[in-house]
Design a binder for this molecule. Structure first.
Ligand SMILES: [Zn+2]
Ligand SMILES: [Zn+2]
Length: 469
């Protein structure tokens, strides 16, 4: 029995690993590679395994960097079950279909250009029908209920506190009488994240495969983050500009609305119009509403006290493109939450076109920005950016608010790791090399048996875990 690492090795996106047990192959996640054209072109590469020969898929959570290539896997011949939390399955219907239609639209645009050049048309990565088929193959598994996924392989989902339905995956393995327990974090949330419970701690494991996105960083603490948001909104009010917030449809968007509702009076939000300008985020918000049993105490209390509509009376949900375009006419007084989260596409680009060059505008970056993405260029302070083939001067004020991240920081990650009484060995995935390196030092100080940084194709023999591979 061994673990083989493919995706999110030395980078953050494209989570994909494979477990070999008793001749069976179990895929853990099958995520999209994100962050600019060059990186994204790799999504078309053949899988380093045969899709039809996978026996089961286990999906940690709905984010596209973990789920986005599942429809491709299905298109290429995978017909088996995809085990996921019920909320992940609900999000899947929204996100995978959206991902498919984005891909189809891009291919259409591309093909118009290619036709003029006399080139052959390109196929989209996958189509909506593939995404639908993928969701049909999803089998819902709630937290805490053991589920056999193959002979000798049993999974149990635990709350990862990252987005609604996000899972830490405990995998109990048995081959020829040898038993092992692997824990895969998927993405690990921050302690104290609003709405969600804290990441569940697990007492024992033989190997932990752990994400390391913010392994080299400490987020600002939440109280400070909230104070910072209040300041930015006050500043925007003073300069009479708009506030643009690129956010992932699932997770950050709901947390922002939650914070706005909670601090409505204090931040004088009644003076603003708030737009959730993303059909996908609107649908995802509905999924959040469907699972109040997954909320933490504070969210449960707020949920019981009042309806969101009363918490945020000036919230507009912009479903249609026309509604979205109408926002562009507003020169001030609008707070716009729109995707995509890394500004690589979506409605946020139109809002940027209308606002980035105006010094009174404020941009709040609340999530991780991969290398090569437009969001990363803004964070890095570039003076000019290209949007839809146009050069745009960046005069807006760019704020990076780290405390709202859906990922735990170094302290959160160590705190979670220290829940293991036996200090198991760790394989670090889902992080850029600097972050993984820094976190590996921290783990060594916490007495981890050994720490291995992942690289594509790395194999870890699960029967012999005495030393690093
Ligand atoms: Zn995630
Ligand atoms: Zn991720």
């Amino acid at each position: 029995m061994y673990l083989e690492l493919f995706g999110a090795a030395g980078e953050v996106t494209g989570s994909c690993h494979i477990l070999h047990v008793g001749g069976r192959r179990i895929l853990l996640d099958c995520g999209m590679i994100q962050g600019g054209r060059k990186a994204e072109a790799r999504n078309r590469d053949p899988f380093p395994f045969e899709a039809a020969k996978i026996d089961a898929v286990v999906l940690s959570h709905a984010h596209i960097d973990h789920s986005g290539r599942l429809p491709l896997l299905v298109k290429r011949g995978y017909t088996g079950p995809i085990y996921a939390h019920p909320a992940t399955r609900d999000f899947g219907w929204i996100m995978l279909k959206d991902s498919a239609s984005l891909g189809e639209r891009d291919a259409e645009n591309e093909n118009r250009k290619r036709a003029r050049k006399g080139l052959k048309p390109v196929e989209p990565l996958y189509k909506e029908a593939d995404a639908e088929q993928t969701c049909m193959q999803m089998q819902a598994v709630p937290y805490g209920r053991p589920q056999q996924v193959a002979p000798g392989v049993e999974i149990t989902f635990r709350d990862a506190g990252h987005i609604l339905g996000s899972c830490l995956v405990e995998v109990a393995l048995e081959e020829n009488g040898v038993k092992r327990k692997l824990v895969f974090t998927g993405d690990l949330g921050q302690y104290g994240t609003p709405i969600l419970n804290d990441p569940e701690s697990i007492a024992e494991a033989d190997l932990v495969m752990m994400e390391s996105t913010y392994g080299d960083r400490q987020h600002r603490d939440r109280a400070q983050t909230i104070a910072e948001l209040a300041e930015i909104i006050a500043e925007a009010d003073h300069h009479r500009g708009n506030v643009l917030i690129p956010a992932f449809a699932v997770g950050r968007s709901q947390e922002l609305l939650y914070q706005f509702g909670k601090h409505y009076d204090e931040w004088q939000l009644g003076r603003w119009r708030i737009f959730l300008d993303s059909p996908m985020a609107i649908e995802a918000t509905d999924v959040y509403r469907r699972y109040p049993q997954l909320y933490d105490e504070e969210a449960t209390r707020l949920h019981n006290q009042s309806q969101e509509a009363r918490l945020l009376p000036n919230l507009a949900m912009s479903r249609s493109a026309d509604e979205s375009r109408r926002i562009n006419k507003m020169k001030s007084g609008a707070i716009v939450i729109a995707g995509s989260g890394m500004c690589t596409g979506g409605r946020i680009l139109h809002h940027f076109k209308h606002n980035l060059w105006r010094p009174e505008s404020q941009v709040i970056i609340v999530g991780y920005q991969a290398r090569g993405s437009l969001g990363r260029r803004l964070v890095d302070g570039h003076d000019y950016v290209r949007i839809h083939h146009e050069t745009i001067k960046v005069r807006a004020k760019i704020h990076t608010v780290g405390g709202l991240s859906a990922h735990g920081d170094q302290d959160d990650m160590i705190r979670w790791y220290e829940g293991f009484e036996n200090r198991p060995p760790v394989c670090l995935v889902h992080g850029e090399p600097d972050a993984a390196e820094a976190f590996s030092e921290r783990l060594n100080r916490a007495d981890a048996a050994w720490v291995q940084l992942s690289r594509p194709g790395l194999r870890i023999d699960l029967a012999n875990l005495e030393s690093a591979p």
